[in-house]
Design a protein around this ligand. Structure first.
Ligand code: SF4
Length: 454
């Protein structure tokens, strides 16, 4: 959809820098530069942009862009490059089976692209060897949501931050990582005195709006939130009706949390002052309209899923889920980590939150996609995928809109694996990055897109 503005046409799109997903409008000036402004009608930002979004226009130049496909370093026509990719994948599959190929994709993809590439791999190539860099930042939240709610759904939205009386930010430097959302929260605080607790080992920029900063030991979140659950239960501040009607397993959650029933034990485990812990617990207890926002500081951890569930348990126990201004709220780092989860961008899901191992769902999807070749079991997750390349099991990889040579753990090993992989295809908008140097085929990609018509 486009809006007319005098003699120019503004095109609506989305800022692709962070998970806030601000709406933008862009137009080409007479001198060829791109002008970008916030979309006043967009519910994420109502016309506001942070400095990154405001500078988007300056990034749209041919400088440093990949402008032509190439095979083995030689520029070529699209048809030739695509035939090369198709034939190599086809031959590899014919010789070694579908599990010998893989796609490594990204939370930077549009939902529609995510859907199509997932459909191609799981529906027609017949393997689920497609995983995403969102695995690194969000998989623990996916697991936490599934354990708590039965599916990977996020029960909050941005307005909840403006309706809450208490906002708890844990593992989230909102000021830097979700700037426009931070400004919305800051404005709400100025308007209605929202109390804000920041739980972070570091004194971040977000602490500027904190009424209470809890600089806990890294990794001690579970002790803090299990302590909160035990505190609420001890004082009869749980919502027994909600628990009885909507949950199972409360007793065992409480038993586990019981280890931190004494605030001194929580203080020892977290390094926090007893008085500060008591203040946090007391505020949470007394404030039905509480939103707990959590992000990568919680997720990116060897115990990330348990951390997520320790947070969700406190909200489930008080019935504060999915109510206006009263809910847990996982915010993603990348622009479209959630879109990928919706359409099955992870190796262990099908599409639209359907699961492997469910005959009915497999039949439904096979019928909808008109395929007889649907993958029947989960594929390899990000690190397992690269391990399989190292052992020679995966022989052809297509990387889309991500830079695993830098962003995966053990980057030296990952670089060696990419260098030794028999066939690497990379789709990206830039001319050079650390992964592109291993590509046998390079495919230029768009950096942004017009919003689809509503
Ligand atoms: S807050 Fe995020 S989505 Fe919004 S303009 Fe800034 S970088 Fe872009």
């Amino acid at each position: 959809m486009t809006t007319k503005n005098n003699d120019s046409t503004w095109t609506k799109s989305t800022c692709a820098y962070c998970g806030v997903g601000c709406g933008i409008e862009a137009k080409v000036n007479a001198n060829g530069t791109l002008e970008v402004r916030g979309d006043k009608d967009h519910p994420a930002n109502y016309g506001k942009l942070c400095s990154k979004g405001l500078k988007l226009g300056e990034t749209v130049t041919p400088n440093g862009r990949m402008l032509s496909p190439s095979v083995h370093g030689e520029d070529c026509a699209w048809d030739d490059a695509l035939s090369h990719v198709a034939n190599t994948f086809k031959n590899t599959i014919a010789e070694h089976g579908p599990d010998a190929v893989a796609f490594y994709v990204s939370g930077q993809l549009l939902t529609e692209d995510y859907y199509v590439v997932n459909k191609l791999m799981k529906g027609f190539i017949g393997t689920a060897n497609i995983d995403t860099n969102s695995r690194l930042c969000m998989a623990s939240s996916v697991v936490g949501h599934k354990r708590a709610f039965g599916e990977d759904c996020v029960p909050g939205n941005y307005e909840d931050l403006e309706l809450a009386n208490l906002v708890v930010l844990t593992g989230s430097n909102l000021a830097w990582c979700h700037p426009v959302l931070y400004q919305r929260l800051k404005a709400a605080k100025a308007r209605r005195g929202t109390k804000i607790v920041v739980i972070d080992p570091r004194q971040t920029a977000t602490c500027e709006i904190a009424d209470l900063h809890l600089p806990l030991f890294p990794g001690s979140d579970i002790a803090l939130f299990n302590g909160l659950l035990a505190y609420l239960a001890k004082r009869g501040q749980i919502n027994q009706g909600y628990i009885d009607n909507n949950t199972i397993g409360f007793g065992s959650a409480l038993d586990t949390a019981g280890r931190f029933a004494n605030i001194n034990t929580v203080a020892l485990a977290t390094g926090l002052k007893v008085g500060d812990i008591e203040t946090f617990y007391q505020w949470f207890r007394a404030t039905p309209k509480t939103v707990t926002v959590y992000s990568q500081g919680v997720n990116q951890s060897t115990s990330g899923s348990d951390k997520v569930n320790s947070i969700l348990n406190c909200h489930l126990a008080t019935g504060r889920v999915g109510l206006p201004g009263s809910t847990p709220f996982s915010v993603t780092g990348q622009p479209n980590a959630m879109g990928g989860r919706e359409v099955g961008g992870l190796a262990n899901t099908l599409a639209a939150h359907m699961e492997f191992g469910n005959k009915e769902q497999a039949e439904l999807l096979s019928h909808f996609w008109q395929t007889e070749n649907l993958a029947s079991q989960p594929g390899l997750k990000a690190m397992d995928m690269f391990n399989a390349m190292e052992s020679g099991k995966i022989k052809a990889l297509w990387v889309m809109a991500t830079n695993p040579a830098v962003s995966l753990p053990e980057s030296q090993r990952i670089n060696t694996i990419l260098a030794n992989c028999p066939y690497v295809v990379v789709s990206d908008c830039v001319e050079s990055n650390d992964t592109l140097k291993y590509a046998h085929v390079r495919l230029p990609a768009q950096a942004g897109a017009k919003n689809p018509a509503p």
